[in-house]
Design a protein around this ligand. Structure first.
Ligand code: NDP
Length: 823
C-alpha cells in the first residue's frame, strides 16, 4: 500500500510489536518454578501447567502447579519474613517500593508484550495503561510506607496476606494488592489466575533483582482448587484479599467466616453508562468504546449497561454502530488493534451462551459486518437494543464485549434503572450540565462514578464496590485500612485497664449471662439502696408495673410474638421484662430503617445538632441511667456513673465528627479532580456488647447515625434495659422516626435474621466467637459488610478502643467521583 492509497482509504497498515525478546525470555526460564522465600523452587507435586496465548490458542509456557505443601512453605516463609518486615522502618520499606517502581519502568516493554501475549490485551493498552499504572501504584504506596508512622498512628500491619487475583488485569491487580500490603508492613503469598501467571513471575524476578528480603513476596502458580483454597484456609494467613467473581467471593466469605482473617473482596459489576440528552454525543461514543470494548469488555467495572435518554437514543445508537464498524480486532501485538481475543475458550463459550440467551429473550442483537480472525478466541463487539431491564443480559455480568442498551425519560428514572442491579461497582454519567451530573452522581449506588469519562483509575483514588460488588477499597488512603489493624488488638497491654474480666454464669432461665468477676459480691449496699428506694412507698403499694417495649419506626411497640423475656440481676433476681423480638419485628425494623433513608441526605450540621440534643437529654437523666446499670449489673454506683458520663461524652464526640469526618479531593495525573466522598452505608444491624449496657449501645449507634446510617440495634443480651430506656431520650431529641430501631430478644437469633436480610447493608456483632462466625457466614448472602469482634473484648471506656476513626470507618464507605475539566 502506497502513501496515496493510505491517504485515500485512511486504512491502518499493520504495526506489529515483536515478540522475540519475550519468547527468548520464556525459553530461558521454563518450566517456571514457584517463587518461595526469595528462591525459585520446584512444585511439590512435580506437575506443570500450560499457559495459552488466547489469540492463537497455542501454548506459551509451562508453569508450576503448586499444591497445599507449597502453600505451607510459602506461608511459613512469609511468616518468618513478617517478623522483620513489619518492624522495618517506613523509610526503608519506601525505598524498596520505590525500587520496584523503578524496575517496573525499566522492564516496561517486556512486561507490556508479555501481558499482551498471555492475556491477549491489545499492546496499546498494556503499554499505555496497565504497566504505567502498575509503576504508579508502587510509587504512590512508597509514599504511604514513608508516612505510615505519622499518618496511621495506632495501626500496625495485619501480618501475612493471601492474595488471589484474576486474569483480566494480571499485573495491575498484582500491584493493587502487593503495593499497599508491603507499604503497611505485611508480607504476601500471591496466587495469579490460572490463565495469566506470566507477568507475576516476571515481577518475582524484579523482586529478586532489587533485593527485597526473602519471604516478603511469594508467588504460587497453580489451580484454584489446589492453591487458592489452601491459601484461604491456611491458619497462618491473617488476611485474604481477592478480586474475581461474586460467586467465588461468596465462597471465600464463607470459608473465612469466624476465622478472624480480614477479608477484602473486589467482585463483579453491571455498571450503568448514563447518557442525558444534552451530552456531547461524539465524546459519548468514544466513552462507550472505552467502557465496554476496552480489554474486550473483561473489566469488572465495564460500562455494560448503556442507559440513554429516550429522545436521543436512535441518534446515539446509529453513531455507535458506525463506530463499531470501524473497530479493529485481531493480533493484540498489532499497535493498531483495538480488540484482542477473549482470555480462554471457556470464557468465550460463556459469552456466546449469554448472547444467545439475549436473542432468545427477545433483545435485538447487532454486530459489525466484518468477521473475526478464525484462529484464537475472538468475539466481535456486540450491541443489544430492545432490552428489558429484567432480562438475563441486563442483569448478569457477561464479562465480554457485549453492551446492552435501554432508555429512560427523566433523571429519576435514570437513577432507578441504574440502581436496578445487585451490583454497585461503578457508573458513568454523561451530561454537559454539571449541576445535573453532580446531582445524579451521589444517588448512584456505586463505589466510583465517572462524570463525562469512564474507566479512569489512579492509585490515589480508592476503587471498590457496594452490595454484591464486594467491600473494601483498593488505592487511596482508604485502601490502606485493608492492610492494618488497631495496635491495641494485639498489644499485651490490651487487657490492661479492662474493667471487666468476662466470665460466663447462667441466669435462672439457663441462658448464658456475662458478669464481671471483680464485681460479684461487692457493692451490696449500693444494690440494696436501689432496690429498697428510700421513700418506702413500695412497702405499702405494689410498684406500677412498667413493661419496656421495643422501639420501631419511632414508636414503642409490643413484640409480635406476644412473649416477654425476663431480665435478671447478677444474683438471678428478675428485675424486669423486655419483649421477645422475632423475625417479624426485625422485618418491620428494617423496613422502618429503609424508610428513614432520608437521614443520609440531612445536613451534617443537623445530625450533629440532634446528637448533641440526645446527649443533653441523657445528661438530664444521668442519675437514673446509672442506677439502672447498677440494678442490672451489680456494679458500683461510681463505676456506672462513669459509664453514663462516658456515653454522654461519646455522643459529643460523634456530634463533633458528624460534620468533620470528611472526604478528600484527589488530584490524579489528569486534568481534573476526584472527589472522594465519605458516604453512609445504609441500614446497619448491630448486636451490642453484653458488657456496658448503655455505653456499648451508644458507642455503636452514635457513630453510625452521625454518618447518616439508620440502625437496628439489639441491646446487650443480659442487660437490655439501659438501651431500651434510651428510646425515651431519643423520642425527645428530634431524631426522625426509623433512624434508630431497638429490638430486644435473643441476640443470636435476631442477629442471624439481620445477617440474612438482603436489605441490611452491614452487620456489626459484638458477642461470642461462634456468633461472629454465624454472622460472617450469613452475610455471604448479599455480601454485606460485617464488623465483628471474634469474641474478643474491648474496653469501651477507652478512647482508642471505644471510639474514633475505626468506628467512623466502619460507618462509611468512599465514593470517588471523577470530574475531568477543560474543553
Ligand atoms: P474467578 O473468580 O473464578 O477467579 C478469580 C481468581 O480466584 C483466580 O485466581 C482463581 O484461580 C481464583 N479462585 C477461583 N476459585 C477459587 C476458590 N474457590 N478459592 C480460592 N481461589 C479461587 O473468576 P473466573 O476466572 O472463573 O471468571 C469467571 C467470571 O468471574 C467472569 O466471567 C467474570 O464475570 C468474573 N470475574 C470478575 C473479575 C473482576 O475483576 N471483578 C475478574 C475475573 C472474573 P484460577 O484462575 O486458578 O481459577
Amino acid at each position: 500500500m502506497n502513501v496515496t492509497e493510505i491517504f485515500e482509504t485512511m486504512e491502518y497498515g499493520p504495526a506489529p510489536e515483536s515478540p522475540t525478546l519475550v519468547l527468548d525470555w520464556l525459553k530461558e526460564r521454563q518450566p517456571f518454578g514457584l517463587f518461595i522465600n526469595g528462591q525459585w523452587v520446584k512444585p511439590a507435586s512435580g506437575k506443570y501447567l500450560d499457559t495459552i496465548n488466547p489469540s492463537t490458542g497455542k501454548p506459551l509456557a509451562q508453569v508450576a502447579a503448586a499444591n497445599s505443601k507449597d502453600v505451607d512453605a510459602a506461608v511459613t516463609a512469609a511468616r518468618a519474613a513478617a517478623e522483620t518486615w513489619s518492624k522495618t522502618p517506613g523509610h526503608t520499606r519506601a525505598r524498596y517500593l520505590y525500587a520496584i517502581a523503578r524496575h517496573i519502568q525499566k522492564h516496561s516493554r517486556l512486561l507490556a508484550v508479555l501481558e499482551s501475549m498471555d492475556n491477549s490485551k491489545p499492546i496499546r493498552e498494556t503499554r499505555d495503561l496497565d504497566i504505567p499504572l502498575v509503576a504508579r501504584h508502587f510509587y504512590y504506596h512508597a509514599g504511604w510506607a514513608q508516612l505510615m508512622a505519622t499518618e496511621l498512628p495506632g495501626y500496625e500491619p495485619v501480618g501475612v496476606v493471601g492474595q488471589i487475583i484474576p486474569w483480566n488485569f494480571p499485573l495491575l491487580m498484582l500491584s493493587w494488592k502487593i503495593a499497599p500490603a508491603l507499604a503497611m508492613g505485611n508480607t504476601v503469598v500471591l496466587k495469579p489466575a490460572r490463565y495469566t501467571p506470566l507477568t507475576a513471575l516476571k515481577f518475582a524476578e524484579i523482586v529478586q533483582e532489587i533485593g527485597l528480603p526473602p519471604g516478603v513476596v511469594n508467588i504460587l502458580t497453580g489451580e484454584a482448587s489446589q492453591v487458592g483454597d489452601a491459601l484461604v484456609r491456611h491458619p497462618g494467613v491473617n488476611k485474604i484479599a481477592f478480586t474475581g467473581s461474586t460467586d467465588v467471593g461468596r465462597t471465600l466469605r464463607r470459608a473465612t467466616a469466624g476465622s478472624g482473617k480480614k477479608l477484602s473482596l473486589e467482585l463483579g459489576g453491571k455498571s450503568p453508562f448514563i447518557v442525558f440528552d444534552d451530552a456531547d454525543l461524539d465524546s459519548v461514543v468514544e466513552g462507550v468504546v472505552d467502557a465496554i470494548w476496552f480489554n474486550q469488555g473483561q473489566v469488572c467495572c465495564a460500562g455494560s449497561r448503556l442507559l440513554v435518554q429516550e429522545d436521543i437514543a436512535d441518534r446515539l445508537i446509529n453513531k455507535l454502530r458506525a463506530r463499531m464498524e470501524k473497530l479493529r480486532i485481531g493480533d493484540p501485538l498489532d499497535k493498531a488493534v483495538d480488540i484482542g481475543a477473549i482470555v480462554s475458550s471457556a470464557q468465550l463459550k460463556e459469552i456466546q451462551r449469554l448472547v444467545a440467551q439475549g436473542v432468545e429473550e427477545g433483545a435485538v442483537m447487532w454486530q459489525p459486518s466484518w468477521a473475526c480472525p478464525t484462529e484464537g478466541y475472538f468475539f466481535p463487539p456486540t450491541l443489544f437494543t430492545n432490552v428489558s431491564p429484567a432480562t438475563t443480559i441486563a442483569q448478569i455480568e457477561i464479562f465480554g464485549p457485549v453492551l446492552v442498551s435501554m432508555t429512560f425519560r427523566t433523571p429519576t428514572e435514570a437513577v432507578e434503572l441504574a440502581n436496578n442491579t445487585r451490583y454497585g461497582l461503578a457508573a458513568s454519567v454523561w451530561s454537559e450540565n454539571i449541576n445535573l451530573a453532580m446531582d445524579v452522581a451521589p444517588k448512584l449506588k456505586a463505589g466510583t462514578v465517572w462524570v463525562n469519562c469512564t474507566n479512569l483509575f489512579d492509585a490515589s483514588s480508592g476503587f471498590g464496590g457496594y452490595r454484591e460488588s464486594g467491600f473494601g477499597r483498593e488505592g487511596g488512603k482508604e485502601g490502606l485500612y485493608e492492610y492494618v489493624r488497631p495496635m491495641w488488638e494485639t498489644s499485651s497491654s490490651s487487657s490492661n485497664g479492662l474493667p471487666i474480666a468476662i466470665e460466663s454464669t447462667h441466669s435462672s432461665d439457663g441462658s448464658e449471662q456475662v458478669v464481671s468477676t471483680d464485681q460479684v459480691g461487692e457493692d451490696e449496699e449500693d444494690h440494696a439502696a436501689v432496690s429498697e428506694s428510700s421513700n418506702g412507698y413500695h412497702l405499702a403499694f405494689p410498684a406500677i408495673d412498667r413493661t419496656p417495649k421495643m422501639f420501631i419506626n419511632g414508636k414503642q411497640v409490643r413484640p409480635d410474638s406476644g412473649y416477654s423475656r425476663d431480665v435478671y440481676d447478677p444474683r438471678g433476681h428478675v428485675i424486669g421484662q423486655v419483649g421477645e423480638g422475632n423475625r417479624k419485628d426485625i422485618r418491620n425494623a428494617v423496613e422502618a430503617a429503609h424508610a428513614a433513608g432520608g437521614w443520609a441526605s440531612s445536613t451534617t450540621h443537623n445530625r450533629a445538632q440532634i446528637l448533641y440534643y440526645i446527649a443533653e437529654n441523657l445528661s438530664a437523666r444521668a442519675e437514673e441511667f446509672a442506677k439502672r446499670i447498677v440494678e442490672q449489673t451489680g456494679r458500683s454506683g461510681a463505676d456506672t456513673a462513669t459509664e453514663v458520663q462516658a456515653a454522654i461524652s461519646r455522643l459529643f464526640s460523634y456530634a463533633a465528627w458528624a460534620d468533620k469526618y470528611e472526604g478528600a479531593v484527589h488530584r490524579p495525573p489528569l486534568r481534573g479532580v476526584v472527589l472522594a466522598m465519605k458516604e453512609s452505608i445504609g441500614v446497619i444491624g448491630m448486636a451490642c456488647p453484653s458488657e456496658y449496657p448503655l455505653l456499648g449501645f451508644i458507642s455503636l449507634v452514635a457513630p453510625a447515625i452521625a454518618m447518616g446510617n439508620t440502625v437496628i440495634a439489639i441491646p446487650s443480651q443480659q442487660s437490655p434495659l439501659s438501651a431500651i430506656d434510651c428510646y425515651q431520650v431519643l423520642e425527645t431529641s428530634d431524631l426522625p422516626a426509623g433512624v434508630v430501631n431497638i429490638v430486644t430478644g435473643d441476640r443470636d437469633t435476631l442477629s442471624q435474621v439481620l445477617a440474612d436480610h438482603d436489605d441490611v447493608e452491614s452487620m456489626w456483632y459484638f458477642g461470642p466467637a461462634e456468633g461472629c462466625k454465624r454472622v460472617e457466614l450469613a452475610s455471604a448472602g448479599n455480601m454485606k459488610r460485617t464488623w465483628v469482634n471474634y469474641g474478643h473484648q474491648r474496653n469501651w471506656l477507652d478512647l482508642v478502643q471505644g471510639e474514633g476513626e475505626e468506628f467512623l470507618h466502619e460507618s462509611t464507605h468512599v465514593k470517588n467521583i471523577w470530574v475531568p475539566y477543560g474543553e
